[in-house]
Design a binder for this molecule. Structure first.
Ligand code: NI
Length: 227
């Protein structure tokens, strides 16, 4: 399931993030890629352990906490600290799959990457190319969103970033370990959650239909959640 989440960051928060990134050193993006993905990768990143990455990452994490759509789609157990990348003219990331298990920096813990997120930090009018293309069993999905919007998709998907032909594309990206690792089960819960929201618009909250559906949602989550 691929979900677009609008207005995750306010325009002020996008400007704040970009201001922090402008003052940060950029390094070769291959530092965080595995052996196979490194050969496909040509971009720049902010060092993961830098003060700038932490400051901008905190802005993103705060915004995620208040976003019901992200929480409904990802059912997050833990989120890896957000990272930041940049593709200048000629840069790209050819088709690859993200690693399944990642270390949480400084925590002595690992996280299973179930859900990938890209949060766009550049206005699409400011660059050409740079689409994120995600492949799933329904085909290829090309995504290029306004600054402050993000896309959430299963980490099991092959994906790529098309070459930049003009300008520079900045974004944040991060992985989430979900309480529900199976994408098919997460999709069912997401669909049910949204059907309940729609039902609640037409029926009072105490109605048997709303209570019954909410009961089903929580009992499915209880069966499937791993904490
Ligand atoms: Ni990737």
């Amino acid at each position: 399931m691929l979900v677009q989440v609008r207005n995750v960051l306010t325009p002020e928060e996008v400007a704040q993030c970009r201001g922090i990134l402008e003052g940060s050193p950029w390094v070769d993006g291959r530092v965080t890629a595995g052996e196979v993905a490194a050969k496909a990768k040509n971009n720049l990143q902010i060092p993961q352990d830098s003060a700038e990455a932490r400051a901008a990452g905190d802005i993103v994490l705060k915004a995620l906490g208040r976003n019901p759509l992200f929480n409904s789609a990802a059912l997050p157990l833990r989120v890896l600290p957000p990272m930041f990348n940049r593709y200048d003219e000629g840069m790209y990331f050819a088709a690859h799959v993200d690693g399944a298990v990642r270390a949480i920096p400084g925590a002595g813990m690992r996280l299973r990457a179930d859900v990938s997120t890209t949060l766009f930090l550049t206005d699409p009018a400011d660059y050409d190319g740079g689409e994120l293309v995600v492949e799933d069993s329904y085909g290829s999905h090309s995504v290029k969103l306004p600054a402050g919007d993000m896309v959430v998709y299963p980490t099991t998907s092959l994906h790529r970033v098309e070459p930049i032909t003009r300008g520079s594309r900045w974004s944040s990206f991060f992985w989430t370990q979900s309480m529900v690792k199976d994408d098919g089960k997460r999709t069912l819960l997401y669909d049910l959650d949204h059907a309940i929201i729609e039902t609640r618009k037409n029926l009072p909250d105490g109605s048997r239909a709303v209570v019954g559906l909410t009961n089903c949602y929580h009992n499915l989550l209880r069966r499937w959640a791993e904490l």
